[in-house]
Write a protein that binds this ligand. Structure first.
Ligand code: ATP
Ligand code: MG
Length: 237
């Protein structure tokens, strides 16, 4: 079953056309990578899916239901969670409070929230060590873990990750991609936006290539990795 389906989606900022009729599908249990250069429209795509940006034309479906006109908080409730570019944790709040905020949009019981938080601490032990610390004092990599943890607290059915490895040291890049692999092994569904196309295609089942607001290529990640155009433009070979 497709969890997410985007049909002919157009998004503009004033008279700048950022997305020009894109089509994209994410099936249950898949990791799908969306790759593209700076300004291609990757963040715009995720923002439009999570309802943070209005779309000019097209449709967004979640589990075959048309959610094009649903508000952002409703989409979160339905199970769409975005981890934004630049993490955007609440810097003045503690690590644990940041996680708790993720669960506010759900109807889960306190016990269930506690159990979920325990799982997140198992996934990212450093967050438990620092649970009382203000989020703004965490390193970039730790803030990325916290942003992912907060999204997991919303009990998502699909996770939208926007450049999770951006600006991180190689060690943290590894941690983040290991986490994505782990989440995939749990059967989770992920739409991953990355400029690090090599890593993004390594972890993904399928991928899409976005160029100035249009999908120019799509396919199995393994095929994209060996595609001469993709290699030349995005894989640094
Ligand atoms: N708030 C905005 N106002 C006007 N134009 C915008 C705005 N946000 C994005 N754009 C433009 O829309 C296009 C797509 O931007 P977007 O942020 O989606 O790209 P991106 O692929 O995420 O890039 P990056 O890799 O740098 O994060 C760009 O041309 C950008 O300049
Ligand atoms: Mg972006």
């Amino acid at each position: 079953m497709s969890l997410l389906k985007i049909e002919n989606m157009w998004v503009s900022y004033g008279n700048i056309r950022a997305l020009k009729g894109i089509n994209l599908v994410v099936n249950e249990g898949e990791v799908v990578s969306l790759i593209g250069a700076n300004g291609a429209g990757k963040t715009t795509t995720l923002q439009a899916i999570s309802g943070l940006l209005p779309i000019a034309d097209g449709k967004v479906y979640f589990k075959d239901a048309d959610i094009t006109n649903e508000k952002s908080f409703k989409r979160t409730r339905m199970g769409i969670a975005q981890v934004p570019e630049g993490r955007r944790v609440f810097k003045g709040l503690s690590v644990e409070d940041n996680l708790t905020l993720g669960s506010i949009s759900t109807d889960e019981s306190e016990e269930s929230d506690k159990a979920e938080m325990k799982k997140i601490y198992e996934l990212f032990p450093v967050l438990e060590e620092r649970k009382a610390q203000k989020a703004g004092t965490l390193s970039g990599g730790e803030q990325q873990m916290l942003a992912m943890g907060r999204a997991l607290m919303t009990r998502p059915e699909v996770l939208l990750l926007d450049e999770p490895s951006m600006g991180l040291s190689p060690l943290f890049v590894d941690v983040i991609f290991d986490t994505i692999k782990y989440l995939k092994s749990e059967g989770r569904t992920i739409l991953l936006v990355e400029q690090n196309a090599n890593l993004a295609l390594d972890v993904a089942d399928r991928g899409y290539v976005l160029e100035t607001g249009k999908i120019v290529k799509e396919g199995l990640a393994s095929d994209l990795k060996t595609d001469p155009d993709v290699k030349a433009a995005y894989l640094g070979v």
